[in-house]
Design a protein around this ligand. Structure first.
Ligand code: PEP
Ligand code: MG
Length: 761
């Protein structure tokens, strides 16, 4: 077998293992076999004692497990960890760091090869092989061990975290107290409630464990679903009978037999009788069989795993036919958990019960996080280690300030967060009182504060909070929660609901910005590199029928109100502006011909890709206004996917390169006497808002939940002070120093309460 095949096989086996200790046992056994060594051991770092502990071994005295404990740099293993590089020694006893450990049985082994296990820059442990004979391990052996430990690092890290949640043999859960999962801050605030997992339909692997409400009902539902699948298979088998050869025909019989009571069905029923709901029992049984088959060397047998998976999927879709991936009843305080949070999921839970959102994928600037922010629901994104199959119905606390989720929180943790919830409530009450006061500095400089909207509910909230208009209406949001493209009439209706309540204040409507992480269920765009792909204006120019209907709807909705502004997303060339403007002109002319009484709307473009930064003046000459999308601009300038939790710490709008671009944009736009605003998340940050004010931006647009804090910041300083903030920001060459210095300045200006609470680590 090739090395790659061996590696793949070990990984498969490891992935199928139940918990961390099983993972480690498999590793030492297989690596020892594969490399034909006498010893293979794994040491893992124990953060409590700060020592590397022998966790599993094949070849050393098993009694030493848990007992050999080495400090970093202590012994040869500690040296591998401290240097974070492999060590290949002909005779380990000759190494200056060698330490003889009584009772380990190590003394007979001379040759030593150790590789550090590193995940996300952290040395988690060391993987070691040893032999009696004095010899240096050869290059290919070293390469194998290094590759193995690199591959295993992620699995081990995941296993360490998930071992906080343990599933026992039956279906009940035993959960460690205060099990903590780190993610990325999505929307600020703290939510205390019960986790409710919404799994995507027809995805067996995502089905959560759940106690059956009523075992008999679950059994009955399962049998019904099974009956339907058996029936379908028979029908298909019969209809193909004449066209299939005998042995292919036999496959249908195999399928039917797999579903027999003394095969899969029996096992599933047994799980249900132990208290697991039907979907969870199905997942558990199917997964365990699939794993067994996948480990087999024989290709034919491996394929049978695929058959079982297919059968499982069929039964699941029967079980889910009445939408039963969505719970019928919700606890009073729901923390919604999903593998990938989507806009439509938000509509599944009664809004008065929703206290928090958690997404395993995505990052702080993913669109679902932005949506959550506008709804004011605390959110944590990118909780990559969370297993959605085991967290359902568990009590949780989510901390949307620091991006953390706690499962099964203790009394003490509850008390800690109760204080924060109270403080935040007080602050927001204080901010509400500023609603009718102007957004102007202590020395009287006014800067209009507008809002970003998407849902109809945003409008009411924005008006209550004193917004001066809409700086960004994300028109794709209503598209995302539908099942097909909305008709022209439907669009007119939803646009009117944005335009009317604000009139005569301006409402800036952005044309459809789909692609990237925003996809429509009925118009999927599946691309390898979606943020650089078919996105925003690129899609709508290729589909003028969609663009024209949307623009016609916007124009008609504005009849008699005359407060519409149209904005184009993701523009990277003047050609796109010219083409889009021509289409808007066409729609306008047609409607005038039809007798509509319209005023020509202002047209603007978003500056959100680097190319646009360098062409601000050319763009400005073609349109009436510009608006900076700092979310995308940051992503593209820094080459950091806004949606990827692995690089979330590199995504920072205070990066000097981003600040330099923002300053250049406003200076260039003003040379053409064109107004420029900013509608990315930076505008909703009190410090960001102060910088934009000092740079000369003409308007700031943010989610309405941010209005209070931003207005409070602006009313708390003078223009000169803001200029000082800007000068300071521009004097550093790394984002962390910028943020640190500005955070301190905010405190010095007496505005410290406006910065996000920084919680204990
Ligand atoms: C932006 O990119 O900053 C922006 C406002 O648009 P969106 O977040 O919808 O991409
Ligand atoms: Mg954008």
């Amino acid at each position: 077998m090739s090395m790659l095949a061996v590696l793949r096989k070990i990984l498969q086996e490891v992935h199928a293992a139940g918990d961390l200790s099983a993972v480690l046992e498999i590793i030492v056994k297989r690596v020892q076999q594969m490399m034909n060594t006498e010893v293979c051991s794994v040491y893992l770092f124990d953060p409590l004692t700060e020592k590397y502990v022998l966790m599993a071994t094949e070849g050393l005295n098993p009694e030493a497990i848990g007992k050999i404990r080495l400090a970093p740099s202590e012994g040869v293993v500690g040296t591998v960890a401290a240097r974070a590089e492999p060590l290949n020694l002909e005779d380990v006893t000759a190494h200056p760091s060698y330490r003889f450990i009584v009772g380990s049985g190590e003394e007979q082994f001379h040759s030593f090869l150790g590789a550090p296990i590193i995940n996300q820059r952290k040395v988690l442990g060391v993987l070691v092989v040893q032999q009696k004979r004095r010899r240096r391990f050869d290059e290919s052996e070293e390469a194998f061990l290094v590759t193995m430990s690199a591959q295993l690092a992620g699995v081990i890290a995941h296993g360490e975290v998930t071992s906080g949640l343990r599933v026992d043999a039956g279906s009940s859960l035993q959960v460690r107290q205060d099990a903590r999962y780190d993610g990325v801050a999505g929307a600020p605030g703290v939510g205390v409630g019960t986790a409710v997992v919404i799994a995507p339909l027809a995805n067996l692997d995502a089905v959560p464990d759940q106690q059956a409400d009523d075992i008999d009902t679950e059994l009955q539902r399962f049998r019904e679903a099974l009956g339907r699948v058996r029936h379908d298979i028979k029908v298909v088998g019969r209809s193909l009978a004449r066209r299939l050869k005998g042995e292919e025909q036999a496959l249908f019989d195999v399928y039917l037999r797999m579903l027999d009571d003394n095969a899969l069905a029996g096992e599933i029923e047994q799980q249900i009788r132990q208290g697991q709901w039907a979907q969870g029992a199905l997942r558990r049984v199917v997964q365990s069989h699939v794993r067994e088959f996948e480990l087999m060397d024989d290709l034919y047998l491996r394929e049978r795993g695929t058959d079982i998976k297919d059968l499982g999927r069929r039964v699941l879709s029967c079980l889910q036919e009445n939408g039963s991936n969505i719970p019928t009843q919700f606890p009073d305080q729901v923390v919604l958990v999903a593998e990938e949070l989507t806009a439509s999921m938000l509509g599944e839970v009664p809004i008065d019960k929703l206290v928090g959102l958690v997404s395993v994928t995505g990052s702080g600037n993913s669109h679902s996080a932005i949506l959550a922010r506008s709804m004011g629901i605390p959110t944590v994104m990118g909780v990559v280690d969370l297993s959605t199959t085991t967290v359902h119905n568990q009590p949780v606390i989510i901390d949307g300030f620091s991006g953390r989720l706690f499962v099964n929180p203790s009394e003490q943790l509850h008390r800690y967060y109760d204080v924060i919830i109270r403080e935040e409530l007080q602050l927001s009450k204080g901010l509400e009182q500023m609603r009718d006061l102007p957004a102007e500095t202590l020395d009287g400089h006014h800067i209009p504060l507008c809002v970003n909207t998407g849902l109809v509910t945003d409008v009411a909230l924005a008006l209550v909070r004193g917004a001066e208009g809409v700086g960004l209406y994300r028109s794709e949001v209503p598209f995302m929660i539908k099942e097909f493209f909305p008709s022209e009439a439907e669009q007119i209706d939803s646009y009117r609901r944005q335009l009317l309540p604000f009139a005569p204040r301006p409402v800036t409507m952005r044309t459809l910005d789909i692609g990237g992480d925003k996809s429509l269920p009925y118009f999927p765009i599946d691309e390898q590199n979606s943020s650089l792909g078919w996105r925003g204006i690129r899609v709508t120019l290729d589909h003028p029928e969609i663009f024209l209907v949307q623009v016609r709807a916007m124009l008609q909705a504005s009849e008699g109100l005359d407060n519409l502004r149209i904005m184009l997303p993701m523009i990277s060339s003047v050609v796109e502006i010219d083409e889009a403007v021509a289409l808007i002109d066409q729609a306008f002319a047609e409607l005038i011909e039809d007798g509509c009484r319209l005023v020509k709307p202002q047209i603007g473009v978003m500056i959100e890709v680097p190319a646009a930064v360098y062409q601000v003046r050319s763009f400005a000459r073609r349109v009436d206004f510009l608006s900076v999308g700092s979310n995308d601009l940051t992503q593209y300038l820094l080459a950091v996917d806004r949606n990827n939790p692995r690089v979330a710490s590199l995504y920072n709008s205070y990066h000097p390169a981003v600040l330099a671009a923002l300053l250049q944009i406003v200076v260039e736009a003003h040379k053409e006497n064109v107004q420029v605003s900013i509608c990315g998340e930076l505008a909703g940050d009190p410090v960001g808002a102060i910088l934009m004010l000092a740079m000369g931006y003409d308007m700031l647009s943010m989610s309405s939940t941010r209005l209070g804090k931003v207005k409070s910041a602006i009313r708390g300083i003078t223009l000169d002070q803001a200029q000082l903030f800007l000068d300071t920001a521009l004097s550093f060459d790394d984002p962390q120093s910028v943020q640190q210095a500005l955070g301190q300045m905010l405190v010095d200006a007496g505005l410290g309460r406006l910065s996000r609470p920084q919680l204990q680590s």
